[in-house]
Design a protein around this ligand. Sequence first.
Ligand SMILES: NC(=O)c1ccc[n+]([C@@H]2O[C@H](COP(=O)([O-])OP(=O)(O)OC[C@H]3O[C@@H](n4cnc5c(N)ncnc54)[C@H](OP(=O)(O)O)[C@@H]3O)[C@@H](O)[C@H]2O)c1
Length: 325
Amino acid sequence: MFKALLISGENEDPQITELSEEQLPKSNVLVKIEYSTLNYKDCLAILHGKPVIRNYPMITGIDFCGTVVRSSSVDFEPGTEVIMTGFGMGEKFWGGHAELASVDASFLVTVPTGFSMKNTMQCGTAGLTASFAVLKLMDFGLEPKSGKIIVTGSSGGVGAISILLLKKLGFDVVAATTKKENFKFLQNLGVRDIIETSVLNSSKLLDKQQWIGGIDTLGSKALAGICACTSAGGAVVACGNAQGMDFPTSVAPFILRGITVFGLDSVYRTVTEREKAWALLADCLSDYDLNMISSEHQFKDILNLAKQLFENKVTGRLILKMRED
Ligand SMILES: NC(=O)c1ccc[n+]([C@@H]2O[C@H](COP(=O)([O-])OP(=O)(O)OC[C@H]3O[C@@H](n4cnc5c(N)ncnc54)[C@H](OP(=O)(O)O)[C@@H]3O)[C@@H](O)[C@H]2O)c1
């Protein structure tokens, strides 16, 4: 038997339930989960079900790491430490808020050299997304001497890890946050240039040029504000919608300053792309960095933690220890 956070139907409350291994789907790799996390998307699934959950019953949890117990895949032997992110886990397929998972080998990558299993979930899907965003800006041609990079939602997972990566790579960062009480947290990450998100929300459609690049986790007026203040030839990566799905801007930043907006999806990425992004995280981030931006919690507290995160009462990443030592 193993424990899992199960939502049994559309109008049912999520509950930590005991299930038997036979109830798991029959995929080719069985993983004993050590750590999972709570992402914004998990909170949506736990508290509201749809639109995240596509079918029921569902075990939530869009990411996890653990050890392979059984495998019919040549790529993963028993004992291998693996990471699972994306591919509809916790949405279409039973996810990581459980002590065991049965998954398709093509969804897994091995834990990168230099990282522990805990480190991988201190980053989680948020860190992987941050890494993809930073790589996208660098592939576009931005480098530290190009100018400043703005990051929004900076006390959240994607934001804080984007900041850590950019700082390690030598970039000058502007952090935008909704709350003044996050300033100290951001200063501890090494950011000196901090603004309130409300400043972005009230930008004109074309405003003073302030940064050459951006990583946006909010969407809506914040993304419009970032574009309005991006210097000519710059680029912005849009990766989230914590403020809203809309994008109330004009063509002015595109036709008058030639800026580029890239969309980012971390869910369906090749093994090679995921390995490259994990390698960047493992190369750049230490235990010290990751302990600054995350806190470890017990699986049994998941429902209360989900409410806090959804109400924007959490700073940094919430890591779930799925098994008691
Ligand atoms: N594209 C992808 O593949 C992908 C992958 C992962 C996540 N995402 C998306 O990226 C976003 C951030 O994810 P995350 O895991 O970093 O979430 P998170 O840890 O909950 O952080 C979100 C941050 O956004 C800010 N925020 C929250 N609610 C807000 C609101 N109503 N208005 C303005 N700011 C608000 C807060 O930071 P401050 O108070 O510091 O501003 C909060 O810490 C989410 O929309 C998520 O769905 C996308």
